[in-house]
Ligand binder design. Structure first.
Ligand code: SF4
Length: 650
């Protein structure tokens, strides 16, 4: 039987296990990336493990999430990250140089290579045929130290693209259509592999918009085959020699197939406050729009901003609307500036901003209360913009620019009819991506060789070996789809403590219940209860590290998001799956006891655990590999990795 493209790349990197769906496999990692939110812990853990040099072909540290300097804390973090990159041998991308995924695709992403990143949108270069996976920081630390990355072999889904996009429909609409059909849970445990005759009509940057947002489907990764479009893009970024042809075998078998006829797509929009709440733009047209933002790792490339700039040429942003453009990389900004497009946009009334994540996580450009914000981003979880009562819609740059011109949500086809002289700008790639790369410091050029830690940089928290008893109150009962933004928000006032777990933990789950952290600390032990898809969203390991620091020993949920589930193991918290009836029966404040000897049960491979709540007993399931059980037993991945190193004498 032939192989899928995913299987071919995995096979090339396989060091442990077999490519059978559901089996745990270990793969070699060629490249790693990390960013400033997750990066400080990555390097502190690298130091705590006693590692002394990066072992992967490429390791890159980006500063993109929080680039503004409000006081010394953030600047200290950046200085520490630069020193760690210099000391251990990673590339360092300075604040202002751009968003990790954009800068990585410009400089390092390569077909056939594996990439592990401590950011959930790491799968972005899947559009170039790279197998890229998001993971918790400590997984990246360990991979960077040269160890394999372990993962349950996902199902491989064939997303067959047919036809070509009609006027005004874009790559963003392809992924919004998939979210509309499959929901934010539709890709869990799966790698989406794109095939079919529609693939060749999409440029590499368009493909990367689609693979970027595979994360919103919950997918482990998304990947396109390589072809002339891939080679063309790599040549334009000056790395044509890194092209390799990658196609699935003709007789490859997939676990499932989805067909999308591109020619049937139209401009779509995700309504507040979930990326899968998708409808045609025409269904919500006419609503006043207060703010429009074009940018982010999804649609912040030169090719994304240029269409919006063209639509604004000789036009003006509606006086009732504020439009912000924040490119994904400084290279995109520079190119747009050199070609005069920045001046054109500014003349139209655009507020042109720094290349940063910023507004995507509520740092800057927070919308006015009870207002409508249209963004070309990938997420619109409630409160992520920086205020709780936000109304954030997600759309393509073309729909965003149309709204900025009209001052209300409008299908660009209807605006074109109304204005008479507005044409679909289409996608245009530059002859050469020639923005300067001066803000990327190579390991050879690194100015530092010692770690520099400011006073806000704390120690890595550790948990003791797993004990025999788990007993305590259900300290918090939560609903479905709790995101990592709920657990540890990434807004400026909180994010500045990302390297100081003692302080950061005070904000744990404060968006759900602002008494939680204090109650958890007092209780010194206890469990969390949640519905479906607990921990969806970012790869932020702080969302497991802070509950661990507060003494949480287990999470009982109906289901877990992939990266967060791995993070719970990595920080010694037992993730137990419960059914709906059990979920309904447990109330916040109930005393919960795991009846089994937890250490023995975890290490012996026991799957079913008895949970006593008051007088009732229920069954909870621990679905975990032997390696995951060992990590739990050791008290987390840091302790386990050290144990492994001691045993092997390395
Ligand atoms: Fe940055 Fe937002 Fe992309 Fe995350 S999703 S990398 S915060 S732009």
């Amino acid at each position: 039987m032939g192989q899928t493209l995913t299987e071919k790349v995995l096979d090339d990197h396989l060091v442990d296990g077999e490519l059978e769906t559901g089996e745990e496999i270990g793969i070699e990692i060629d490249q790693v990336l990390t960013q400033d939110t997750t990066g400080t812990m990555v390097w502190l853990q690298f130091e705590a493990m006693g590692l002394d040099e990066v072992q992967t072909e490429i390791a890159a540290q980006y500063c993109d999430h929080q680039t503004y300097q409000f006081d010394f804390k953030n600047t200290d973090d950046h200085r520490f990250l630069r020193s760690a990159a210099g000391k251990y041998g990673a590339y360092f991308s300075r604040p202002g140089n751009g968003i990790c995924h954009n800068v990585h695709r410009e400089n390092f992403a390569a077909p056939g290579k594996t990439l592990l990143g401590s950011d959930s949108h790491t799968p972005t270069p899947g559009g170039l045929g790279q197998l890229a996976i998001g993971a918790g920081g400590i997984d990246v630390t360990v991979a960077m130290g040269g160890a394999p990355y372990y993962i349950e072999m996902p199902e491989i889904v064939n997303v067959r693209l047919e036809g070509e996009l009609p006027e005004w429909a874009t790559a963003k609409d392809v992924i919004l259509e998939l979210l509309r059909r499959l929901s934010v849970k539709g890709g869990v445990g799966k790698i989406l592999e794109y095939t079919g005759p529609g693939v060749e009509s999409l440029t590499a940057p368009e493909r990367m918009t689609i693979t970027n947002m595979g994360t919103e489907l919950g997918a482990t990764s998304s990947i396109f085959p390589t072809d002339e479009q891939t080679e063309d893009y790599l040549e334009r970024v000056g790395r044509g020699d890194e092209y390799v042809e990658l196609q699935p075998d003709e007789d490859a078998e997939y676990d499932d197939e989805i067909v999308v006829d591109l020619s049937e797509l139209e401009p779509l929009i995700a309504q507040p406050s979930m990326p899968d709440n998708v409808v045609p733009v025409r269904e919500v047209a006419g609503q006043d729009v207060d703010q429009v933002i074009v940018g982010s790792c999804t649609n912040g490339g030169y090719e994304d901003i240029l269409p919006a700039a063209k639509m604004l040429e000789d036009r003006e942003v509606n006086p009732t609307t504020e439009m912000i453009v924040a490119p994904g990389s400084k290279q995109a900004s520079e190119m747009l500036a050199r070609e005069g497009w920045v001046a054109e946009m500014m003349a139209a009334g655009v507020n042109f901003s720094e290349a940063t994540c910023g507004a995507c996580i509520g740092i800057g450009h927070v919308p006015a209360s009870d207002s409508v914000s249209l963004r070309t981003f990938n997420r619109n979880f409630e409160g992520r913009s920086g205020i709780e009562d936000d109304n954030v819609f997600l759309c393509s740059p073309e729909v965003a620019a149309a709204a900025a011109i009209k001052g209300e949500i409008v299908d660009p086809r209807d605006l074109a009819d109304e204005l008479g002289d507005l044409e679909d700008p289409g996608i245009e790639l530059p002859d050469e991506y020639d923005g300067s790369k001066t803000d990327l410091i190579t390991p050879d050029e690194a100015p530092d060789d010692e770690l520099v830690k400011g006073p806000n940089i704390g120690d890595v928290p550790l948990r003791d070996e797993l004990g025999s008893d788990i007993e305590g109150d259900a300290l918090l009962k939560m609903e479905d789809n709790i995101t990592t933004d709920h657990i540890i928000p990434a807004t400026q006032d909180i994010l500045m403590y990302r390297s100081n777990i003692e302080k950061l933990s005070e904000f744990t789950l404060s968006r759900v219940d602002d008494t939680f952290a204090e109650r958890a600390k007092e209780a010194d032990g206890g469990v969390l209860v949640a519905g479906e898809n607990y921990g969806q969203g970012s790869s932020r390991e702080h969302a497991a590290m802070c509950p661990m620091y507060l003494g949480i020993e287990a999470v009982l949920a109906q289901s877990f998001a992939r990266i967060h589930r791995a993070n719970l193991f990595n920080f010694g918290i037992v993730p137990l799956t419960i059914d709906e009836e059990t979920y309904e029966d447990i109330d916040q404040g109930d005393e919960v006891e795991i009846v089994d000897d937890v250490y023995d049960a975890v290490t012996s491979g026991q799957e079913e655990f008895t949970v006593r709540v008051g007088d009732e007993e229920y069954t909870a399931t621990l679905d975990a590999s032997e390696r995951e059980r060992d990590i739990l037993a050791a008290g987390g991945k840091l302790a386990w990795t050290k144990e492994q190193a001691e045993e092997s004498g390395s």
